[in-house]
Write a protein that binds this ligand. Structure first.
Ligand code: NIG
Ligand code: FE
Length: 410
């Protein structure tokens, strides 16, 4: 985008070190970055600044990256599953707990029982740790309501979080997470309700930006997910899929067939599915928190993803069962240590590629002229440090749509 009026910027950041993430790290040292109307109007070398701003801010050699994007979370829910954590430590598997009516269904009971305000209050507490770590966009899924009213309640709470905090919330309808108890043994009828009742109502109220599902032996088959994707398509909604987390169901290929924005988890993905994702431009969202919590030993096939040129994102999967995670930076470290990503791939995975996984790469995910001025400022010596440390938070503050928010130190 060409910016013509260069004497009228709102803010000029000076003495910055940029990792624009527009291809590799996209490093610009001794840099300045200008913002106008919430967008990046210019960036480049300090000695080449072509204009003036009403306000100048000194970054004092801090690094500035695109604001981080957590592209897969289930952070709206009530209750918690600490007891199941203890059961898993004692040897019971995630799938066994789910079959016994625990797992996702135990969170469904708590979430259904919570009023909208209580659900908001419970969910609101989970957001600040992410924002304090430089996150400026978060995706939030429904999937613990499993009926029209409760799924819509979850999505409204998610939207409300985005209205009250300096973060963009992208919402995803995950009605096809598992069948609720009232449909036990009658899963196809539940899928019909998802397709013919929930998706139309949610699309009408514009409560979701995308539709997701859990394609797994303990959840829904590819045939059932096909119906859900058809309904999403009919209502103009993008699709995503929890695929190949616990077994290979052909979910990656199915997602690709529907030009899904992303296929997520992928520990058990095969080369055929990955080749299909590459062709469709479907992003691989890797979730090291769930891998770690379930003590999974099968790693997602990172080499195959690289070989086929599939874009890799990583996310927290923040949820009460498989990933009770409150840190996206920790996921960078785990992506490197557990999955063998490079620090550069890990940072691209929560910026440029996470934006693609949400279909918003035109406006966020890199520092480029014309994009929204969503940025994170870091007290680090190089961007590698964002993956290197565990349990440290070097974030100084964020810029959300041009406005600076200093980090609150505890
Ligand atoms: O992404 N895999 C399915 N859904 C979530 C887990 C949800 C839960 O256990 O509550 C996941 O891991
Ligand atoms: Fe998930």
């Amino acid at each position: 985008m060409q910016v013509t009026d260069n004497r009228n910027w709102d803010t000029l950041w000076i003495n910055a070190r940029l990792a624009t993430m527009a291809g590799g790290y996209g490093i610009v040292e001794n840099a300045a970055l200008a913002i106008k109307d919430g967008r990046i109007a210019w960036l480049g070398a300090m000695d080449a600044v072509p204009g003036e701003a009403r306000e100048t801010r000194d970054a004092k050699q801090a690094w500035i990256t695109p604001g981080l994007i957590d592209c897969h979370t289930h952070m709206v829910y009530a209750g918690n599953r600490a007891e199941e954590f203890a059961m898993r430590l004692a040897g019971k598997s995630y799938a066994d707990i789910a079959r016994d009516g625990g797992g996702i269904l135990s969170t469904v009971r708590a979430t259904r029982a919570a009023g909208e305000d209580d659900l908001y209050a419970a969910s609101e507490k989970r957001l600040p740790p992410f924002l304090q770590e430089g996150v400026t966009t978060v995706e939030i899924k429904s999937g613990y309501g499993l009926d029209r009213e409760n799924e819509m309640k979850m999505l409204r709470v998610a939207r409300k979080l985005g209205e009250h905090y300096p973060v963009s919330v992208r919402t995803t309808f995950l009605g096809a997470h598992t069948a609720p108890p009232e449909y036990k043994g009658n899963e196809d009828a539940y899928i019909d309700a998802v397709c013919n009742d929930m998706i139309p109502a949610i699309a009408k109220e514009k409560l979701a930006d995308a539709v997701d599902g859990f394609c797994e032996t303990i959840a829904f088959s590819p045939a059932q997910m096909t119906k859900v994707f058809e309904a999403a398509k009919k209502h103009g909604l993008a699709v995503k899929l929890h695929a190949e987390q616990l077994s290979d169901q052909g979910g990656a290929a199915l997602a690709a067939r529907y030009n899904a924005l992303s296929a997520d988890h992928l520990e058990f993905a095969c080369e055929e599915g990955i080749a299909a994702m590459a062709k469709a431009g479907t992003v691989a969202v890797l979730l090291p928190g769930a891998f770690y919590m379930l003590r999974e030993t099968r790693k997602p096939p990172v080499d195959l993803l690289r070989k086929h040129g599939v874009a890799i994102a990583i996310a927290s999967d923040c949820n009460p069962g498989t990933s009770p995670v409150g840190s996206l930076l920790l996921m960078l470290n785990m992506g490197c240590i557990l999955f063998g990503l490079t620090p550069e791939e890990a940072l691209a995975a929560v910026t440029r590629n996470a934006a693609r996984a949400l279909g918003i790469e035109g406006s966020v995910g890199t520092l480029e002229v014309g994009k929204t001025a969503d940025m994170a400022l870091w007290d680090i010596a190089s961007p590698v440090e964002l993956s290197y440390r565990l349990g440290y938070n070097p974030c100084i503050g964020t810029v959300k749509q041009g406005i600076y928010h200093a980090r609150h130190h505890a």
